[in-house]
Design a binder for this molecule. Structure first.
Ligand SMILES: [Zn+2]
Length: 162
């Protein structure tokens, strides 16, 4: 895939700029940061913007930021433990596209729509983990998944921590 190639030719990893954060975590320390397909970035930025303008104020957290990485095969995204209130997510948009396309083909769904759903539910799931960390709760997968799906389907924050 050519975006991997393009990233490899860059000597410097893409700059990380998160001045609002109360921590200095930089995804370049731990991950291979890449520049994904513009179309995928646009979807992700739209959802991150929704998180930051709509949901973070409701939840009472600061701003969240996503970094685009090349993860292991099948790995979709991670929340970086210890970064709440200003959560950092690392996300492999190409892996999400691959798994969403497979899902769309198996179920005869619209591919574009599945990719959007895949990125949205993944970022919302990671937001669930950030809240768990913020609230000193155990990182519960089912709870994060339910939180993410609820937010995606209804646009409502499920206050599982209250
Ligand atoms: Zn999870």
């Amino acid at each position: 895939m050519n975006w991997y190639k393009r990233a490899q030719f860059n000597d410097e990893p893409p700059a990380w700029d998160f001045p609002e954060a109360d921590h200095d975590y930089n995804p370049n320390w731990d991950y291979e940061v890449v520049i994904p397909d513009e179309k995928l970035i646009a979807i992700s930025e739209k959802i991150m913007n929704e998180i930051n303008t709509k949901y973070m104020p409701q939840i009472g957290m600061g701003k969240a930021k996503a970094s685009y990485i090349k993860g292991k095969p099948g790995a979709l995204a991670f929340y970086i433990n210890g970064t709440a209130l200003y959560p950092v997510f690392v996300i492999d948009l190409e892996n999400i596209r691959t798994s969403s396309e497979e899902c769309a083909m198996e179920n005869d769904f619209d591919c574009e729509k599945e990719i959007y759903i895949g990125i949205s539910t993944t970022l919302f799931h990671e937001l669930g983990h950030a809240i768990q960390d913020w609230m000193n709760l155990y990182p519960d997968e089912d709870q994060a998944e339910e939180f993410g799906i609820h937010l995606h389907e209804y646009g409502e924050v499920w206050n599982f921590w209250e």
